[in-house]
Design a protein around this ligand. Structure first.
Ligand code: DC
Length: 226
């Protein structure tokens, strides 16, 4: 079967990454969570002195010194920054609360979009993010845009975090999701929006399996008609 590019965009915590990972596994494709790349750059920025603050000018000047590698293992996707495994650190609340500020910088986006396009050059990729169907791969054969109410998303993300030992409250998770949605949708460069030819799916009332089955049905229809 001909290999294609599957682009999954949508709001924070709609389950894009879990779906992308599962679809890629079934299809024998590479899975790339581009949010992890923006998080890696944010992690780097927060590590610079004075720690915990963002100096965006210095960050832009340092971009060329950053090497971000994504590896898919049995443990899931691992993210490396200059050979250091930062997979856990990029999920911490300090990174999550600052990542949208970093993701709106045009130089940061240009730096990452180039790498993302290189990763998809041979097709056979499922990539999730905010601008994959609109900017990174406008010609992707299959594009999805996932939505859900902020409350459903916050509830799911909060449960996930509780089971991985994170102490953030439901209210804090909801606030972060709504703030990021607003910043990601309103930025000047590559804002979060549905590509005209993307299939929109509201996952609020659907189980993970139901979402997966719908996405897979569209992909199979697409690959068999190429
Ligand atoms: O998918 P995520 O929640 O891990 O993404 C973290 C942030 O990165 C998100 O709030 C916006 C930004 N992002 C982006 O601007 N473009 C992408 N393609 C992926 C993520």
């Amino acid at each position: 079967m001909q290999k294609i590019i599957v682009a999954i965009d949508g709001y924070a915590a709609t389950g894009k990454s879990s779906q992308a990972k599962r679809l890629a596994k079934t299809l024998g494709y590479t899975y790339i969570d581009t949010g992890a790349m923006y998080r890696a750059i944010t992690f780097f920025a927060l590590q610079q002195e004075p720690k915990g603050t963002l100096n965006l000018e210095l960050l832009v000047a340092a971009l060329d010194t950053l090497q971000i590698n994504i590896k898919n293992t049995d443990l899931g996707q691992q993210t490396f920054l200059n050979q250091k495994d930062i997979s856990q650190a990029i999920r911490e609340p300090d990174v999550t609360s600052k990542v949208s500020e970093v993701a709106r910088i045009p130089e940061v986006r240009a730096f990452l979009v180039e790498q993302q396009r290189a990763l998809g050059k041979k097709k056979g990729i499922v990539m999730d993010g905010r601008d994959i169907g609109t900017v990174v791969f406008p010609d992707a054969e299959c594009k999805f845009f996932l939505t859900a109410t902020p409350e459903v998303r916050a509830k799911r993300r909060h449960l996930e975090q509780v089971s991985s030992g994170n102490q953030e409250s439901y209210e804090a998770v909801l606030f972060n999701i709504q703030t990021r949605d607003r910043m990601d949708s309103s930025r000047a460069t590559a804002p979060l929006k549905k590509a005209a030819d993307a299939i929109e799916l509201d996952v609020s009332e659907l189980t993970i399996d139901e979402v997966y089955e719908r996405l897979m049905a569209h992909i199979l229809k697409k690959t068999t008609t190429l």
